[in-house]
Design a protein around this ligand. Structure first.
Ligand code: EPZ
Length: 428
């Protein structure tokens, strides 16, 4: 596949309205949850992004019928030809690990390639496996695969070391197939988990406490097919809100419940950005002059780690020094060197980033190291003087559907272009 890049000329203020797509980090799990029933599940508001395309391949590899129907996916997982999510798919999208819980609940066994780490951290799955073992699964790892076998899952009392989003989701979906009552304490509370539980309850599962730290599941439940509209993508919405701020523009972002962005919108206001919440989104207006603000990423409702890189760009334009503390992933500052090549003045001290405000950024040739850092580098290009070439935009396409089209419709000067190999740039 020919590599592509974004060519961005900074300086335009974004103006207009934009609607975000369905939440990537909900849709991927709703797709996994559809494995729990042989009946057809229809998921609406599904973004056409790479991670969803890979999860479609994973489900088809398992034997499910998966068809696109406009912005909806129709999934029917009757007979399974395989109960294994293979390495060549899992390595491309580590969230595939969330098929483990539903497969064990449905069939009593599953094997999934152990997802590697990625640019933001080691991304372990020990909490997923410990919880499955507590539900009675026999866990083994060999040849790079984790295998779970459980002829009968039994309800259990589970306490997570950390409110892991993926572990909470995997364990809820496994517990749905377990005999008796399961209580998951220190559960993650993200809106995407609440969306997954709403989906499962519509299928007939008995689950209480979604959105709190204590989730109770009573199983086993015979689950039926369901039609469900996924919630809007709060991280895409937050990214576009910061784009409006860094370009001193005025943008109405729709398609999400603004309550899902409580702290990010509060932090934007603290920098001096104007934010007016609407029924299904918000109006964001920036005037180009911003106050420094400190922020620390935490599990929901704390500040989302997936908006940390984007805020780093805005705070680089503030009239002072901000401190950003990354508490969720161990190496989510990898992209700071690229930002500093665009004129930012950021130092990393452990899990703190010291962000000194600078007058303006300057366009450069940079590489996207991962999804959200890539999005942050797009925002940097939108405000930088001159031209920015952002390479490796396939990372951005994993989580944003045609981001360049959404931004150019708001007045940004951004276009996708092919990359001639000799100018691919960056160390191989
Ligand atoms: C989900 O990842 C999201 N991905 C991430 O979004 C998001 O950043 C993250 O939650 C935190 O909100 C999807 O939903 C597909 P975690 P997940 O389990 O489930 C450690 C994006 O950009 N951990 O809450 O993998 C882990 O290493 C992506 O859209 C263990 O140690 O996140 C990390 O440091 C990036 N052992 C921390 O917990 C485990 O068993 C949080 O991970 C599980 C996790």
């Amino acid at each position: 596949m020919k590599k592509s890049k974004f060519v961005i000329t900074g300086g335009n203020s974004l103006r207009g309205e934009v609607r975000v797509g369905g939440a990537k980090n909900s849709v991927l799990k709703l797709m996994a949850a559809s494995l729990l029933t042989p009946e057809e599940c229809v998921i609406r508001n599904v973004p056409r992004i790479t991670d969803v395309e890979i999860m479609v391949e994973v489900l088809r590899h398992l034997g499910a019928e998966v068809e696109w129907d406009g912005e909806a996916l129709r999934i029917r997982s009757g007979d399974f030809s395989s109960r294994e999510a293979p390495y060549q798919l899992v390595r491309r999208m580590r969230a595939s690990i969330v098929v483990l819980g539903p497969l064990v609940a449905r069939w009593g066994e599953a094997s999934v390639a152990i997802p590697g780490g990625c640019n933001i951290g080691s991304r372990k799955i020990d909490m997923h496996l410990k919880g499955l073992a507590e539900l009675g699964a026999e866990i083994s790892s060999e040849h790079g695969y984790v295998r779970a076998r459980a002829p009968r899952l039994k309800g259990a009392q589970i306490i997570l070391d950390f409110p892991s989003v993926g572990a909470t989701e995997n364990l809820i979906m496994a517990a749905v197939g377990a005999e008796g009552r399961t209580v998951i304490e220190n559960a993650a509370r993200e809106p995407e988990i609440q969306d997954l539980v709403a989906f499962l309850r519509s299928m007939g599962a008995e689950i209480e406490g979604a959105g709190t730290a204590v989730i109770e599941v009573t199983g086993p439940s015979r689950l039926s097919g369901v039609e469900h509209e996924a919630i809007g993508d709060r991280i895409e919405a937050g990214t576009l809100a910061v784009a409006a701020a860094v370009t001193a523009g005025e943008v109405v972002v729709s398609g999400i419940d603004p309550a899902h962005l409580g702290l990010p919108l509060e932090k934007l206001r603290e920098t001096g950005v104007e934010v007016e919440e609407r029924q299904d989104g918000m109006m964001v207006r920036g005037d180009g002059g911003y106050e420094p603000v400190n922020l620390a990423t935490l599990p929901y409702p704390g500040f989302p780690t997936d908006l940390q890189p984007q805020m780093m760009v805005l705070l680089s334009l503030a009239s002072g020094t901000s401190v950003i503390t990354e508490n969720v992933f161990e190496s989510r500052f990898m992209f700071v060197d690229e930002l500093n090549r665009m004129g930012c003045d950021i130092d990393i001290e452990g899990h703190h980033a010291i962000v000194r405000g600078v007058g303006a950024l300057s366009g450069a040739e940079v590489c996207a190291p991962d999804l959200r850092a890539g999005a942050a580098l797009v925002l940097a290009g939108l405000t930088a003087e001159g031209e920015t070439h952002l390479l490796d935009v396939h990372h951005v396409d994993r989580g944003y559907q045609r981001l360049e089209q959404k931004l150019s419709a708001l007045g940004a000067d951004i276009a996708r272009a092919g990359v001639d190999d000799e100018f691919n740039g960056g160390p191989e």
